[in-house]
Design a protein around this ligand. Sequence first.
Ligand SMILES: Nc1ncnc2c1ncn2[C@@H]1O[C@H](COP(=O)(O)OP(=O)(O)OP(=O)(O)O)[C@@H](O)[C@H]1O
Ligand SMILES: [Mg+2]
Length: 408
Amino acid sequence: MSERNIVVGLDLGSHRVRLLVAQVDDQGRHKVLGLGTAPGEGIRKGLVVDFDAAVAAISQAREEAEASSGLEIQSAFVGVGGQHFRVIRSEGVHVKDGPSREISAEDVRQVVRVARGLQLPAGLRILHTLPVDFILDNRAGIEDPVGMDGVRLQSQVLLVLGDESILENSAKAVRKAGLEVEGLVFRPLATAMAALTRDEKDSGTVLLDIGEGCTEILVLHGGSLSHAEVLPLGGGNVTRDLSIALSISLSDAERLKMDFGAALSKMDDDMAFPITQLGASEERHVTARTLRGIVDPRLKEILELAWDRAQRTEVARRPSTGVVLCGGASLMPGLSSLAAELFDRGVRLGEPVNREGLLAELQDPRYTPLVGLLNYGFQRLIEEGSEGGKARRSGRAVGRILKAFGRG
Ligand SMILES: Nc1ncnc2c1ncn2[C@@H]1O[C@H](COP(=O)(O)OP(=O)(O)OP(=O)(O)O)[C@@H](O)[C@H]1O
Ligand SMILES: [Mg+2]
């Protein structure tokens, strides 16, 4: 097995930095070889806020994955998120001027290049270019114009933009931790690759990744992206609320949340839980009613805000559109049913849909973004291993969202 068949994904999360190394064999089968995780020190809401701490966390995750895989890990596809991301639409036009009227792969690249050539606000960088539609001699709705005859080719694309210096600092921390950056990836797109079936991407789905510091919102339809947004709220807010309201340390609050959280809804209101307040030497007890009064409004707020943003798309307003939840906070017992009630939609937990070659512990909505980064890496491997039309065709075989998942 050549080294070229190894793919590494690295998710820079605020709660945990996670690194996964996997291999694809000659038959195209995937197998995870190693996993490393470390507390997401130095990373907050998608930003590197303490450079040395972030480097140490990434190094720790790399070393753990190296120990478990027996491989030396040199580079990774790095998933990044944060509120600084935005998605804009752009258009390009390309008119063929040679004797041939047949649209070539180069014509398509050229018309997409034109769409990317718009004047960007200062300090922003294009991370992905996602073709939405091609129009050939005024005929819209063309997915892949290569091989067709025509003169005037237009492209409609979505550009995923991120803050240049935030992205550069994330990349710098990864490099300082001994890894080359094979690509920076807008994490929610990777999450969608792993979490959703092809049907869900086609018929319309709202994907919410509720992590520690952020809630990432993605609306997909027709195999393509309708909306992407990142809210600066997550499970960490619930922990902080508990810590402040009960005067307990953050680590005690985290434990209390994990143990009881929204599972309270199933418990007796008067059931008591022990806590030790800051500065106190003796335990006290709080009731399930009190805890629920702290946790539930925050979870409701996060879900309602995310839903409100998603509702800006026509797709999310359709009653048939389903909701998929990922991220650690989605594991709060009762969260899915709360979401189903608030949104009046079908809601499911978004574990990775393709389990091939995965370790059992990765079948968990906390790991879906990381598995998505591997999928993205494998896709790039396929594209780079083939040329021209062949590359584009293999892209199509695994779904349009992947083909559209452009590189900047
Ligand atoms: N079983 C669980 N029950 C309740 N909450 C949980 C559970 N497991 C994890 N969490 C919460 O999920 C959050 C972490 O989620 P996740 O691991 O997806 O975050 P992250 O990807 O590191 O962070 P971010 O994406 O915000 O940068 C924490 O607030 C944690 O308390
Ligand atoms: Mg996350």
